[in-house]
Design a protein around this ligand. Structure first.
Ligand SMILES: Cc1cc2nc3c(=O)[nH]c(=O)nc-3n(C[C@H](O)[C@H](O)[C@H](O)COP(=O)(O)O)c2cc1C
Length: 218
């Protein structure tokens, strides 16, 4: 019976992960929980144990406000991604293709020493995308499981990218394919998707998941 309850809780957390929280309590995420999130990222499965990114944990509210104001399409007039304006903002910043090549060569040299074969071991851009999905998906689930709410954002303008470039090892990273995750406590008094600044709920397109989306082969 307890296993059944556990499954229900896990599913509820996953459902929360799917919702994009667009308003927040000001309460900061505790240092223990931030440490927990860092451990989560450290232990996410990685192809050949390889790391394809850097990750920023941002708590500075002045900086977060600034990033929120830039988290919009280029030339879009209003900030419309308040999920970014969270107590904690986690930003996944991928390595450049050039840096990936260096890693590939390094792996090639060392790997070949062990197996004594002239095999190549290239990493591709798709490895970055896969890695980002793994890290950010598991992080969002972990956060929701311990009572926080989360909101993803992959929308940002040039000023957002410039601001991130100033914070991180510039020659290794690429700000084109970043992904942000706001984490914090929900403002319980309003709907999760209500944007307090625009004074409206933000609705997103929802495909209907059906049995056709799964092929079960026995
Ligand atoms: C990888 C990823 C990127 C996302 N990027 C954005 C974004 O840039 N802007 C936005 O408003 N929502 C973004 N979302 C949130 C989704 O649109 C939202 O969680 C989903 O459509 C569920 O809709 P709901 O929050 O309205 O329930 C993103 C979600 C994921 C998983």
């Amino acid at each position: 019976m307890s296993i059944q309850n556990n499954k229900t809780e896990i599913l509820d957390s996953i459902k929360n992960t799917n919702q994009c929280q667009r308003n927040w309590e000001k309460t900061p995420v505790t240092p223990e929980d931030i440490q927990f999130f860092k451990s989560v990222l450290e232990n996410v499965p990685k192809k050949q144990g390889q790391i394809f990114h850097e990750v920023l944990f941002i708590e500075n509210q002045v900086l977060i406000k600034k990033l929120y104001s830039y988290a919009r399409e280029q030339d879009y007039k209003f900030a419309h991604n308040p999920q970014v304006n969270a107590p904690l903002l986690v930003v996944y910043v991928p390595y450049t293709e050039e840096h990936l090549e260096t890693i590939s060569k390094d792996v090639l040299n060392n790997f070949n020493k062990v197996v004594d074969q002239n095999t190549s071991f290239p990493y591709f851009g798709v490895d970055i995308t896969t890695s980002m999905g793994m890290h950010m998906g598991i992080l969002a689930l972990a956060a929701n499981q311990i009572g926080y709410k989360t909101g993803f954002c992959s929308c940002f303008n040039k000023k957002f990218r410039k601001t991130i470039e100033r914070l991180i090892t510039k020659d290794k990273i690429e700000t084109d394919g970043m992904l942000c995750l706001g984490i914090g406590l929900a403002n319980q008094n309003i709907d999760y998707n209500y944007d307090e600044n625009l004074k409206t709920r933000i609705f997103s397109h929802k495909n209907v998941w059906s049995d056709n989306n799964i092929r079960h082969i026995k």
